[in-house]
Design a protein around this ligand. Structure first.
Ligand code: PHE
Length: 462
């Protein structure tokens, strides 16, 4: 196979699977239900869908177009399209963001792997009393909380699992685009959907599940405030992998006849469907077991509340294994895409063979991710600007670098890129029709930068 072909996705299904694999991750499964719970259920869902339509899809199309037109990494694309100008700095920003995200994302992925292993060995459910639906959960609650502390807040085990995640990434990424990324996504993505639907079928048939569904689907508009809107926008960027060049990098591997508009539609829809299915797993289970109002925030939702639910179901271990496999699969295909941003850059820039570039990219991450992993144990007191390393990397990347990156991507494509670049890409050089090019360009020029700027500065006025 020629070098050119091996640097492209081999099939349409494969490229969609890989891009969906990047988008669907901890953001949809771990973050979305918690956000929905504290931001008015369906009202948040509705806002999220609106943000995807007005902001997510156009910015995604901008990244796709830049990547396929420049056919390089996030830095190389700007070097090629805007020679002699400073726009390559957008790429550098993306590479820094991707590195920062990998550091904390691989830690949480490590937790999912640890939970998967503990589900397989049964250790997660050892010594936890079974509670029947509606019963007193306080003992089980304390039990799972203690397990979480044990799994997350000790120094060595979570660190080893984080390193394992990096090692798996190394093995996948070293194999290249088609044999590594594409193959992994082709296997894991369909599996993820099957497991998610199966889990949904179980939770939806639990006694009392209806109340949870009703809560999730009846929007509480009174909960919508400026900060809800901002959260929905943040969720859109994170869950669609926008703003740091991931999709620029992936689109460089798209064949020239790939239809960008429909690809962005499918990827966004999948992201919404997974978030929706997750809502249908969590909220019915929570209402059925009378866990409403329990510690449903952030981390605890999937690492504490769901094991509690599984403990009450027949076949506890099987459900637990299935769920944590799903979570691990979703997280892994996302980490692969985040690391590829830097890897592609290093490989192109220094003209290195794939394997060398992979090792060089991932090695420093062993040290940097350790800082994030240890933020929950021996380094919990080490703070910069009042934040642990984990929080610092999370806040810096998600709240600052991603939106800043997205603004510059929009400004470059909307105002400074070669004229017709977007239209050419959306119509595959005039061979297919596109009805949306005009609207997308308008959004990229005016709407997106203004809205994203609002998201960026709003927290300063809280
Ligand atoms: N989209 C991924 C998720 O939802 C996270 C991610 C962010 C991946 C940015 C790549 C780039 O979990």
């Amino acid at each position: 196979m020629s070098e050119k072909n091996s640097k492209q996705f081999g099939s349409k299904v494969g490229l969609v699977a890989a891009t969906v694999g990047s988008a669907v991750g901890l953001g949809n499964i771990w973050r979305f239900p918690a956000e929905a719970q504290s931001n008015g259920g369906a009202a948040f869902l509705l806002l999220y869908v609106i943000c995807i339509l007005v902001l997510g899809i156009p910015v995604m199309l901008a990244e796709f177009s830049l990547g396929r037109a420049g056919r390089s990494d996030a830095y190389g694309v700007f070097r090629k399209l805007a020679p002699g100008k400073k726009w390559w700095m957008i790429g550098v920003l993306g590479i820094v963001a991707s590195y920062a995200i990998t550091c904390f994302y691989s830690v949480v992925t490590g937790w999912t792997l640890e939970y998967l292993v503990q589900s397989i060995t049964g250790g997660l459910y050892d010594g936890i009393p079974a509670v029947s639906p509606g019963g007193d959960f306080s003992v089980a609650d304390a039990g799972f909380q203690a397990k979480m502390t044990q799994y997350i807040s000790t120094p060595w085990t979570p660190l080893i699992f984080t390193w394992l995640v990096l090692l798996v990434n190394m093995l996948v990424l070293a194999r290249g685009v088609q044999k590594g990324i594409e193959k992994l996504s082709n296997i894991l993505m369909p599996m993820l959907f099957v497991v998610l639907v199966a889990l949904c079928c179980v939770t939806l048939t639990l006694p009392g599940a209806g109340a949870g569904v009703e809560w999730f689907l009846s929007p509480d508009f009174s909960k919508i405030t400026a900060s809800t809107v901002i959260n929905a926008m943040g969720q859109t960027f994170f869950s669609l992998s926008l703003g740091m060049g991931t999709l620029i990098t992936y689109a460089a591997y798209y064949p020239s006849d790939t239809k960008l508009a429909s690809t962005s539609g499918i990827v966004s829809m999948m992201s919404v469907i997974v978030a929706l299915l997750m809502g249908f797993v969590i909220f019915p289970a929570v209402s059925s077991f009378g866990l409403d109002g329990h510690s449903l925030v952030g981390t605890t939702l999937v690492f504490q509340t769901l094991p509690e639910v599984f403990a009450c179901l027949p076949g506890t271990q099987i459900w637990s294994i299935l769920f944590f496999t799903l979570l691990f699969a979703a997280a892994l295909t996302s980490t692969v895409s985040i690391i590829e941003v830097t890897l592609a850059f290093i490989q192109n820039r220094f003209k290195l063979p794939r394997i060398k570039a992979t090792v060089l990219t991932i090695l420093p991450l062993f040290a940097l991710s350790a800082l994030c992993s240890l933020s929950f144990s021996s380094m919990s007191e080490v703070k910069i600007f009042g934040l642990t390393f984990f929080d610092l990397f999370d806040v810096l990347a998600t709240n600052v670098l991603l939106p800043v990156g997205a603004i510059f991507i929009c400004i470059y494509l909307g105002w400074c890129a070669p004229k017709n670049l977007l239209k050419d890409q959306l119509t595959n050089g005039g061979t297919i029709r596109s009805h949306i090019a005009g609207v997308v360009l308008f959004i990229i020029r005016w709407v997106a930068p203004a809205l994203i700027f609002t998201v960026l500065v709003a927290p300063l006025f809280k």
